[in-house]
Structures are given as C-alpha cells and as structure tokens.
Design a protein around this ligand. Structure first.
Ligand code: HDE
Length: 704
C-alpha cells in the first residue's frame, strides 16, 4: 500500500510529541495563596496520601478492568477509514460520557459543600435523648450550602436565600438539619411551593433572568401573597448577599420537638451561629463579583479549608414549652413566616461544628448528597408546621428522579454510619447483596429477623402528640393572618446603614420590573411596613407614596437581627497588597508576614507575574486583579496604571479598609476618611488594618 502523503504541520499519529508519564505522581502542592497561614492548627488530617493520588492506579483500563494500550484513537478500518462498531472501548467511553449529567436540583441547584465534625457540649442533654447531642460526643458531618434560584452553573453572589443543609452521621442513624440562612419562609403551606418557585425562576418563555429575583413574576407573586413580605424583606437586606458561606447564620426555620430520656418534650428552633460573624458584600460589589468571579463563594469555602482556616459554627436552640397552643409570647410556633426574637428566648449553645475537609469529588459528594428533613433520630421529632409537613413528602420524592431510583441511600455520601437492616429490596442501582429469603416481618424462615426495637433498644418513636378534635378542611390557621408586624420588627431593628441597603435593594428590584401595577403593589406593601422606607423607595421609583391600609404595629426592636456593630476574627480574610519593582522588599515581606501571622491571606498585586525583588511571590497582576476579590487593600507603591486607581476607588466605595505606607500614600485621595490608615512602616499599617478588618467594613464612610 502506498504511504499517505505527508501533510505539512500535521504529525503522524504514531509519532509521540512528548514522553507520556508512566508512573503516578502526587497532586501538586497548594498554591501560594492557599498555603496554611502561620498559627493555624489543623484539627483533622483532611487529605490523606491515597486521596492525593490523581487517579486510582498506574494503567488506564476499561470499566471491566482490562488494560488498554490506546485511548486516543478509535478502532478504524484503516487510518482514514470508518470507525468499527466492534470498538467496545470507544462505545463504552462515549456512552458513559453521554450520560454524565443528572437532573439538577429543582431548587438549590448551585451549591458547595464540605466535611467536618460536630462536637456536642452536653447542654441539650436535659431536653433531648439524641445520642449525638450528649456531652463530648463527636459526629462526622457533611454540609452543603446553596443558592435557591439559579441553575448549577449560575453565579454565587446573587441576591437570594442560601441553603444550609447539614448531614450528621450519628450512631443512631443519619440526622439531617436542612435549613436556610434566613429564619422565615415565603409561604405558610407547602402546597404553594411550586407556585413561588415558578414565579421566582426564570420566565418560561425566554428563560431569563437567571438566578435573580429582580423581575416581574417574582414581585408579582410576593406582592400578591402578603405572607411572603417577611422573607422578601430578609432577602432585600444584607442577608441576601453574604460575604461568604463561612459568615452566614443557619436556621432550621420550623419549630421541632425534642424528647428527653424521661419522655418530656420541648419545642425548639435551631440556629447556627458563625464564629466569624455574619457579613455581607454590598450590592454593586456583588454584581461585579458575579462577572469577575462567579465561583466566589465556592472558591472562598474551598480555599479557606485548604489553607487550614477551618470555619466554625455554634449550634444553638431557642427552647419553648410544649404547650397545646404551640405558641410562645403570642407568636405562633407553627407559622414559618415568624421568628421568636432572641431577646425573648435566648439561643443556647449545644455544640460546635468545624468544617475541616473539602470534598474529594464534587459530583460524588456535593452533587449526589440527598438531604431530607424526615431523616430524624430518637429524641428529635417534627411538628405540624404545614410547610414542614409538605417537605417531609417532597425530599424523598425528588431524589427518586434526581438520583435515578429508590436506592440513593446507598450512594457513599448518603450512607448512614449506623448499621442498616431494612427490608427494602431491588430497584435501580441496587448495590447491596442481600442475604436471607424472607425480607418481610414477621417471618419464620430467617430466624424471625428482623425484630422491632423498643425505646430501650434505641428505637425512633414518633411522639404520640394528642390532637384536638378537628374537621378536614383546606384552610390556614387564623393565627397565621398577621403578615406585617414582624416585617416591621426586622426593619426597625437594623442599623441606619443596613436600612439604607434595604431601601436600595427594593428600589433596584422593583425598578427592574416592567409592570406598573407590580411596582405600586410593592410600594403598598412597604407602606404597611414602614412609611420612611416606603417614601425612599417611592422617590427612587418616581411614584406616589401610598397610605398604609393597616395600622402600623409598634414592636420592640431586636438588636440581634442587626449584623454590624461589633468585631470578629479575621481568619481567611483576603488583603491585596499593591506593589511594583520600586518597593522596599524588606517592608513588603514584613507586611506579608504580619498578615500571615494573623491568619489573613496576603495577595501581592504587581504589574507583572513572577517575583518582586527575587523574594516575594506575586499572586495577581493589574490584569488579573479586581477590587472585589479583597476584603482590604494596602498600597506599598503608587503605580500610575489606571486599573490600580479603579481598584482603590472601588475598595473605597465598598467601605473596605485601605492602608498605605511610603510611596503608596500618594494613591490615597483622603487619608483622613474612616477606614483609611497610613503609617511610616508596613507593620504599623497592617496592625491598624487588622483592627478595621475585624469590624468587616468602615460603614461610617457613608458612601454608596
Ligand atoms: Fe427545600 N427543597 N423545600 N426548603 N431545601 C429542596 O430537595 C421543598 C424549604 C432546602 O443542599 C429539594 O433534594 C418544599 C424550607 C435546602 O441538597 C426539594 C418546601 C427550607 C435544600 C425541596 C421547601 C428549605 C432544599 C430540591 C416547602 C429551609 C437543598 C432538591 C415549601 C428550612 C438541600 C432536594 C441540598 C432542597 C422541597 C421549603 C431548605 C424539591 C416542598 C422552608 C437547604 O425537595
């Protein structure tokens, strides 16, 4: 056969272009900005040697384990001929690829997760017999944070509620606390969930806007259902745009019933309190982040954990007597649009969670994890909140489609750490090889097993709640009728800065609606919450201010609802240091070391990549840096590049701490403004910057 003519530039397929590696190597070391800050002690070994292996072995094989000699060429009838049907490797590889995606979650599709451990302090032992809440017990956990509205590939820093779902792998079975970062919900009955989600998701004709609430159908729904006013107000507040998953509170939302060893019960609401405080970005910053780093929250969580800055939360409960009315101080505990102010019922800490390991594989763990509010353990039970009751059906149902059948509990991330002896059999993706012949009860063939357990054997007992006489009806409790007083309570509890953010958010979102009637209904709702807020938004929209249609309530403010006004640890915060080849490298190193020592991540920004003075690694260039990546900016030089000016202006506008020494001070237009510091040397600047960072932002600057 004649040799094919040589086409210039096209290598022969048999000539290797480079030597392929033939022995497995360890994963590369952490990147400079992910290395462990000095002073942080690892509480668990997150990545063992085995997990560091990029693959499972040395040679590539088929799914059946046959070693392959080539995975780059399909089997063809001649080099230029058609591909043969007999090429099993080709068909296996492509068929598997064709089926790599599973349906995304209908809500909460975009998320990020981490492993960790929960340690109980024993404070709950008088109110619950749950084994994992007894003093000193440590329980492995897996936590998934999420946005609600966006698709899997949507941006992180959108205005939305965040999911905060925790799987406790307890010895008595898996307990899931499937909560949000907002303690109230849009609706009071689960039957409306498809409606609110249809309204909030992208419009069905063009499928826009993605991951946004600033559109007509969302505002149409929430203004027609006044019960949504509370959740909407929380979304319009800074809670809707968190700085980090690590800086969010979590709430169980519903009231749960705890049962102690003596059979005594109490009603509780669960709270996760972040050790780093609750912090948010500002709206303009959020919008920029979504362009410059759509993976902002996912990256932040993974980087913090990889660097050893493990996030921690205290788990707390508000405890209420289990009275027949299920109310506390007049607040209906079964109404998921209501909170109980912490000043009325303090949050009592019952344990602490630390997240100390990133998932090894996103799909296997974060995507396939399946939570369910009905995954309960002895000592924790549900209440009759109609929203929770509906959820108890939905989560099991949804996994059957999403995870391809009824055996999703056998997927590694979903496997309980307790022994399983169910009588569930067969079905798609059955991994268990069940023994025995009698998966039914009672039986006389498998030695009578399994037997039912009693309380002494640690059985889960549905608490025998007594129900008042009732008739079947499709109706809500009359005590669910007050839709406004707590919305006002939330608003008046905020600081002036936070109130201004709320007004801006309503003005932005209603301003994005096309329908005049929807804007007017939005204003009418605000008139029933707070006249000043209503007037500010109306002025922004250029519309008349409506009169309230109900008497305004006069609630006592709850200071716990405001998220500013204190100082918090700065672990894992990111400080950008602007430098160039003119800087004193010794001073620059001093700044880097001082930040490192404070568990803060210093990122040097320079005109070019590589090193400065042969000693300081450059993490970002003027091309790759944008202000939104940094919690604070320090200037060690004053480059004339306009992108540096923009960096400083944006950081200033977003209330971030700014500092400078030496030549860098030339870039600070006003070094007397709040949150702006200058000093003679790097160490002194860093010291003051750390103080400012502890307060999160210099809110008193009074800019946008
Ligand atoms: Fe969910 N919710 N939800 N939800 N929810 C889901 O379950 C649902 C509600 C929450 O990271 C779905 O596995 C109904 C409140 C989180 O995997 C679905 C109602 C709260 C997550 C579902 C609610 C939540 C979900 C979609 C009644 C806070 C993500 C995929 C109105 C307390 C979990 C899935 C994860 C996910 C139904 C309301 C939290 C469809 C019917 C209230 C954190 O089953």
């Amino acid at each position: 056969m004649a040799k094919p003519p040589k086409v210039p530039g096209v290598p022969s397929s048999t000539t290797p272009q480079f030597e392929e590696p033939t022995t497995p190597v360890d994963a590369p070391d952490a990147k400079p900005d992910q290395s462990e800050p000095a002073g942080v002690t690892a509480t668990a070994a997150p990545v063992d040697a085995e997990r560091k292996r990029a693959q499972q072995g040395q040679y590539v094989t088929t799914a059946q384990g046959a070693r392959l000699t080539d995975t780059d060429h399909s089997l063809k009838a001649g080099r230029r001929g058609p591909t043969l049907l007999q090429d099993h490797h080709f068909r296996e590889k492509i068929t598997h690829f064709d089926h790599e995606r599973i349906p995304e979650r209908v809500v909460h599709a975009r998320g990020a997760a981490a492993h960790g451990v929960f340690r109980a302090n024993g404070a709950a032992s008088t109110i619950t017999r749950a084994q994992f809440l007894q003093k000193g017990v440590e329980t492995p956990v897996f936590v998934r944070f999420s946005t609600v509205l966006g698709s899997r590939g949507s941006a992180d820093a959108v205005r939305d509620t965040r999911g905060f779902a925790t799987k406790f792998y307890t010895e008595e079975g898996t307990y899931d606390l499937v909560g949000n970062n907002i303690p109230v919900f849009f609706i009071q009955d689960a039957i409306k969930f498809p409606d609110v989600v249809h309204a909030a998701k992208p419009h069905p004709d063009r499928e826009i806007p993605q991951a946004q609430s600033a559109h007509d159908t969302f505002w149409d729904f929430v203004t027609l259902h006044t019960e949504a006013a509370a959740h909407t107000m929380w979304n319009m507040s800074d809670r809707g745009i968190p700085r980090s998953f690590r800086m969010m509170e979590g709430f169980g939302v519903h009231t749960f019933r705890l049962i102690n060893a003596d059979g005594g019960t109490s009603l509780v609401k669960f709270h996760w309190k972040p050790r780093l405080g609750v912090h948010s970005v500002v709206w303009e910053e959020a919008q920029l982040i979504n362009g410059f780093d759509p993976d902002y929250h996912r990256r932040d969580l993974a980087d913090a954990i990889e660097s050893g800055a493990y996030p921690e939360w205290d788990l707390g409960v508000q405890v209420f007597p289990d009275n027949p009315e299920q109310t506390f101080e007049g607040i209906d505990l079964l109404d998921p649009t209501k909170i109980v102010p912490e000043e009325l019922a303090p949050v009592q800490v019952i344990g602490t969670m630390v997240l100390n390991a990133n998932p090894t594989n996103f799909f296997a763990e974060t995507e396939q994890v399946a939570f369910h509010p009905g995954h309960l353990v002895p000592g924790i039970d549900v209440t009759d909140d109609p929203l929770l009751q509906g959820r108890l059906f939905s989560y099991l149902d949804t996994q059957i489609t999403r995870l391809g059948g009824p055996n999703f509990a056998q997927i590694p991330i979903n496997r309980t750490h307790a022994p399983v002896n169910d009588m569930l059999r067969d079905g798609f993706h059955q991994h268990a090889v069940h023994t025995g012949v009698a998966p039914y009860k009672p039986n006389s063939l498998d030695a009578g097993c399994p037997f039912a357990a009693g309380v002494e054997e640690g059985a889960f007992i549905d608490f025998p709640v007594e129900l008042p006489p009732a008739q079947k009806e499709r109706a809500a409790s009359r005590t669910f009728d007050d839709h406004f007083s707590q919305v006002r309570l939330f608003y008046i509890s905020l600081s002036e800065v936070e109130k201004a953010h709320v007004a801006e958010a309503y003005t932005f979102e209603l301003g994005k609606c096309y329908e005049q009637a929807i804007k007017e209904r939005g204003l009418q709702e605000l008139a029933n919450i707070d006249p000043d807020l209503c007037a500010t938004v109306a002025a922004g929209l250029g519309l008349p201010v409506p009169e309230p249609t109900i008497p305004l309530s006069d609630p006592t403010p709850s200071p716990a609802l405001s998220q500013i006004g204190s100082t918090w640890p700065v672990d894992g915060r990111i400080v950008g240091i602007v430098a160039d080849d003119s800087v004193d490298v010794g001073e620059l190193q001093a700044a880097v070391q001082a930040l490192d020592a404070a568990k803060v991540v210093p990122l040097v920004i320079a005109p070019h990549g590589g090193m400065l003075g042969g000693a300081v690694p450059i993490s970002r260039t003027f091309l790759t840096a944008r202000s939104v990546e940094f919690d604070a900016v320090v200037l060690a030089a004053a480059p004339t590049d306009p992108r540096v000016r923009l960096l400083v202006d944006e950081a200033f506008r977003h209330h971030k701490a700014l500092g400078a020494w030496g030549a860098g001070t030339a870039l600070l237009a006003d070094n007397t403004a709040p949150g702006v510091v200058t000093a003679g040397d790097a160490k002194a600047v860093v010291e003051q910057m750390l103080q400012l960072l502890g307060a999160h932002r210099a809110w008193e600057r009074g800019t946008v």
